[in-house]
Ligand binder design. Structure first.
Ligand code: NAD
Length: 319
């Protein structure tokens, strides 16, 4: 028995452990860079970037997300504010409010915090945002540009995943990638960027990508994941990615965030991957929370500053 403890310690030391991708640190670095750029931009006499979020209703999670985005945006020097509207607002009045912001030359970026109440047509609302102010990349034209490999606003969460892969230096060229989840706002843009040609106006990552979804057979999901160099999971299904599904040394980016109640009765946010189990198999892994989420906020700022610079260029061209 006495020998077991040192042996256990030794085996733990010998077990390969994934490098943990620290989203908070990466996000802080990106935000510092954006802050510096905005300071320089404003000091050079340009207009300060301005962002408006529209929050319909008072869903606590949505309120928290919007507040976080607005506070962080203000910290980097973006003029940011939330337009709060009652959950009873009609589709027509909501569109009118969006059009007001569309026509306000001081505003560069508009985001509608989703989900909106059931009586509101979400697609129509996303399409009501001026295409050049659509910093969330949800307008159908911007989705089309993404698919056509043209420069556009990539949805912040998907852009965060792509930035993380680039910053960590994960090789994607000709590598096998599996994306779990096909939503238009998260999984699809990630899949699109992963498999696209790097020679495009919007340079892709040149991976061989496979997309899995709720109707992918569980045995197929296991098979695809086992052969993948990169697994990106965005399903909201806790425990979907298990250690035996992970090729040794693979990179796992976990976008999923689900609130669960632990056996001890505590409320906890978890990702899609069995984090503790996958640590021993993967080469890189994002914690969830603390991985993709913080970088998502930084990408919203990046998109807002990009919109501001685009408008500045348009104004200069008109002179
Ligand atoms: N970290 C962040 O910044 C951030 C941002 C947005 C969303 N999220 C989280 O990412 C997750 C996905 O968000 P979403 O908006 O795309 O959700 P969604 O409900 O729109 O999409 C979920 C997707 O998962 C797929 N899916 C469900 N079960 C599956 C299974 N067994 N195998 C493979 N695929 C399966 C579905 O087909 C669907 O395409 C959620 O947990 C959400 O909370 C995180």
């Amino acid at each position: 028995m006495r020998l077991l403890t040192p042996l256990k310690t030794l085996s733990r030391l010998l077990t390969p452990t994934a490098k943990i991708i620290d989203g908070k640190k990466i996000s802080a670095d990106i935000q510092n860079g954006i802050k510096e750029e905005i300071n320089g931009w404003v000091a050079a006499g340009h207009k300060r970037p301005a962002l408006r979020a529209i929050l319909v209703g008072d869903d606590p999670a949505s309120c928290t997300y919007v507040n976080k985005k607005m506070i962080a945006s203000r910290e980097v020097g973006i003029d940011s504010d939330t337009v709060r509207l009652p959950s009873t607002i009609s589709q027509e009045d909501l569109v009118k409010k969006i059009e007001e912001l569309n026509n306000d030359n001081n505003i560069d970026g508009i985001l509608i915090q989703l989900p909106v109440p059931d009586h509101i047509n979400e697609r129509e609302i996303c399409n009501a945002v001026h295409v050049d102010k659509d910093v969330d990349g949800f307008h159908v034209t911007n989705i089309g540009k993404l698919v056509a490999n043209q420069d556009t606003f990539i949805p912040a969460t998907s852009l965060a995943v792509i930035e993380l892969i680039r910053i960590i230096g994960i090789d994607t060229f000709g590598k096998r990638a599996v994306v779990c989840g096909r939503s238009k706002n998260v999984g699809l843009p990630i899949f699109q960027m992963l498999h696209a040609d790097y020679r495009n106006e919007l340079p892709g990552l040149e991976a061989t990508a496979i997309m899995c979804h709720r109707n992918t057979k569980p045995e197929d999901l296991v098979m695809y994941c086992q052969s993948a160099d990169i697994i990106i999971t965005a399903t909201g299904v806790p425990g979907l990615i298990k250690p035996h599904m992970v090729k040794e040394g693979a990179c796992i980016i976990d976008v999923g965030l689900t609130r669960i109640t632990t056996p001890e009765g505590k409320s906890k946010l978890v990702g899609d991957a069995d984090y503790e189990g996958c640590l021993a198999r993967a080469g890189y892994i994002t914690p969830a929370p603390g991985g993709v989420g913080p970088v998502t906020v930084a990408m919203l700022m990046k998109n807002t500053f990009k919109a501001c610079k685009n408008f500045d260029r348009q104004r200069s061209n008109q002179k």
